[in-house]
Structures are given as C-alpha cells and as structure tokens.
Design a protein around this ligand. Structure first.
Ligand SMILES: *Cc1c(COP(=O)(O)O)cnc(C)c1O
Length: 248
C-alpha cells in the first residue's frame, strides 16, 4: 500500500476540500454559461489518486459519490476501506493491465481508458460471468505524445466499430488527456479532435451507441474543455491539493 494510504491524515483539511468543490462547481457553471450549455450536461469527476480515504469522505460530504482513480490496486484498497453502503463508487481512469482486469471489474463502475481489443474481450468475459455490464470510454491520444496511452486518432473509428461485439461493455464515449502546457490553442486542438471523433461515432451510431460522453479537461484546463463540449471533467489537484511525485 502506498505511503499516502498508510498516512491517513488528509493533506488538505475537509473544509478546504468542501470549499474547493464549491468553487469548481461555480467555475463549471460559469463555463457552461459562457458556452451556452446546461450545467447538467457536465459532470464533475473528482480524481482522488494518492489521496487518503479521509479526503474522499470529505468530498462525499459535499455530495460527491464517484471518484476517479488511475491505479487498480489503489482503487480496490480504497473501495474496501469505504463501505459500499456509503454509496461511493469508482471510475478507473488509468491504464489497465489484463492481469488486473478481474479486480477492476469487481470494483469499478466505469472504465475510461479502454484502448485495446484484447482488454475489451477480457473485461467482457469477466462481466458476463458476473452478469453485469460496465460503462466504458475509449481513450484517445490526441496530443501525439508517445508517453501517453490511448489510441491514435486514426485508429479510433475501426476500433470503435469492433466494440459492438462485447455485450457487457456499455460504450459511452471518448476520453483524452490534452497536451500539458500553457498553449491554449494546442490544448483546444486536442479537445476539438476528440469532439470531432465523437461526433462521427455518434452520427453513425457505431457499436450501437450514441457516444454521449466526452471526458476531457483536468484542473488546469477544464473550463476550456467545457467550451469544447466536455461532459465529464476529471479534477484532482484543484480539489485535493498537490500530489507527491509518482513513484514507479
Ligand atoms: C490525475 C489525473 C487527472 C487529474 O489531474 P489534475 O491535474 O490533478 O486535475 C485527470 N485525468 C487522469 C487520467 C489522471 O490520471
């Protein structure tokens, strides 16, 4: 278990987390207003990776009941600590190795980083055995950075067409991590690329889905993402404060 979980003291006090969530909700509403969108079209997915369960409980008190985690082991550890009766759910937003697919299926209600057919088949098989389905988003590498996961934009349409074969995968949309950095034009280009891909998939009802979801935008760029059509913004540091450098 990571140090952040062993150390159960929240880094940011509960009242600060509550104030941060209120502030983010206001900024989401203002961005929606500017974009002529309804606030109900955009969901806030707080990203709780590296944060102790007390931080999640503090956010839960502000009405948050689904959290994004990018590592299966950490997600499972938190899910086990937080009683399911609390109604707290997890979205896995990071890459998933096939040997952890079983654990992921056990605990995640949503997987936002699907980028391989073998993983899709693996998840589908495990879900069938459990008699349930899983919301999935296909991750697209819109920035072209080689360090990023996700499909190349050119691969997305043919990949998506094959997802119809997996009955237990509830295909909901696309996810991306935009180029980091201050160049708003380049960040916006990543968001626009994702939207254009989604619109094609939606228009053709690929895999029998309407492709309603565009998960894009993080602490530094969620308002811009909303202006470009985001339906899910994944916000970590702006709610929970900084994270220690990632080890391994
Ligand atoms: C960590 C993470 C986020 C949140 O990033 P912040 O900049 O802290 O808001 C969003 N999406 C993914 C996939 C992440 O891994």
């Amino acid at each position: 278990m990571s140090e952040s979980m062993a150390d159960r003291t929240p880094r940011v006090p509960a009242e600060v987390i509550a104030a941060n969530i209120a502030g983010i909700r206001q900024r989401i509403a203002a961005a929606c207003e500017r974009a002529g969108r309804d606030t109900s079209e955009v969901r806030l997915l707080p990203v709780s990776k590296t944060q102790p369960v007390e931080a999640l409980l503090a956010a839960h008190a502000s009405g948050i009941d689904r959290f994004g985690e990018n590592r299966v082991q950490e997600m499972v550890a938190k899910a086990e600590l937080l009683h399911p009766e609390l109604g707290i759910e997890f979205a896995l937003i990071g890459p998933l190795q096939s040997n952890k697919a079983g654990r992921a299926v056990e605990w995640a209600v949503e997987f936002q980083a699907l980028d391989s057919l073998s993983l899709a088949a693996n998840l589908d098989r495990r879900l069938q055995a459990r008699g349930r389905s899983l919301d999935v988003l296909v991750e697209v590498n819109t920035s072209g950075e080689t360090t990023k996961h996700g499909l190349a934009p050119a691969e997305v349409l043919s990949f998506a067409a094959q997802l119809g074969a997996f009955d237990s995968l509830n295909v909901r949309g696309l996810m991306t991590i935009a180029l980091p950095g201050p160049d708003q034009g380049m960040v916006a280009a990543c968001f626009e690329m994702l939207r254009a891909l989604r619109n094609r998939l939606r228009d053709d009802q690929v895999a029998g889905s309407d492709w309603p979801e565009l998960s894009m935008g993080m602490s530094g760029d969620f308002e811009l993402a909303i202006e470009h059509g985001a339906t899910c913004v994944r916000v970590g540091t702006a709610i929970f404060g900084g994270r220690p450098p990632v080890a391994g």
